[in-house]
Structure formats: structure tokens, C-alpha cells
Unconditional design. Structure first.
Length: 77
């Protein structure tokens, strides 16, 4: 499974919303994520990709869209 598809799967699982997610749309503006769900997404990404995301990176802008999450993960590789 491609990384983008895996990220979308994680977002759907955490948000409990089986909706189409455009890679560029704001996950927060669209209601897919909120500040309470962000730590759950980060935990799922850490588990899936065997990485550590420091608390200092828990900035909604870094996780605002599927594309921004992909860019963040690219930087962690």
C-alpha cells in the first residue's frame, strides 16, 4: 500500500469518518480532524512508520493535510 493511501486509512480510522480525502484539503477545516484527534493520528503514524514524533512537532500546520503529513514523513526518513 502506498504511503498516501496508508495515511488516508489512518485518518479515516482515527476520525471514524469513511469519507473521500483530497490530499490538499485541510483536515481541520473539513472536520476530519480536530485538536483532540491529532495526538491519536500522531501515535498511529509513529506506530505505522516506526518513528518518534517529538512533542515540539505537534503543530497542526505540520498535519494540516495528507500532503503536509507526507512531507513531514519525508523529512523523518
Amino acid at each position: 500500500m502506498e504511503r498516501r493511501e496508508k495515511i488516508i486509512e489512518i485518518l479515516r480510522r482515527v476520525s471514524k469518518k469513511n469519507v473521500a480525502i483530497d490530499p490538499e484539503e485541510s483536515l481541520f477545516d473539513s472536520g476530519i480532524l480536530d485538536s483532540f484527534a491529532l495526538p491519536d493520528v500522531v501515535s498511529a503514524l509513529e506506530e505505522e512508520y516506526s518513528i518518534q514524533i517529538p512533542d515540539s512537532d505537534l503543530n497542526p500546520r505540520k498535519f494540516a493535510s495528507v500532503s503536509s503529513i507526507e512531507s513531514y514523513l519525508d523529512g523523518k526518513s
